[in-house]
Design a protein. Sequence first.
Length: 96
Amino acid sequence: MRENLYIGIDLGKQSHMTAFLSRELLTRHKRFRACPTLKIENSQAGFDKLLQVINTYTTTDNVTILLEHCGHYGAPLIQFLQQQKINIYHMHVALS
């Protein structure tokens, strides 16, 4: 069994910033801030790139994605992730 991978995604109009976290990544990089990130375009090519990176770490069955709850910019990515049967959670971002 491959380990769980958690991905946080900051959604944007033209691109999305992703951050990857797992037990192995934390062990390897020693700190959360040093774990890998990836900027992807808000396009099919960007989504395919994200899936390719996910597959280097684990299977899609072991992925959980956390998205900020915002406007419509993330709709194509969300649809793509749902087609891959990846668990997606939305949260409201509190501004301070």
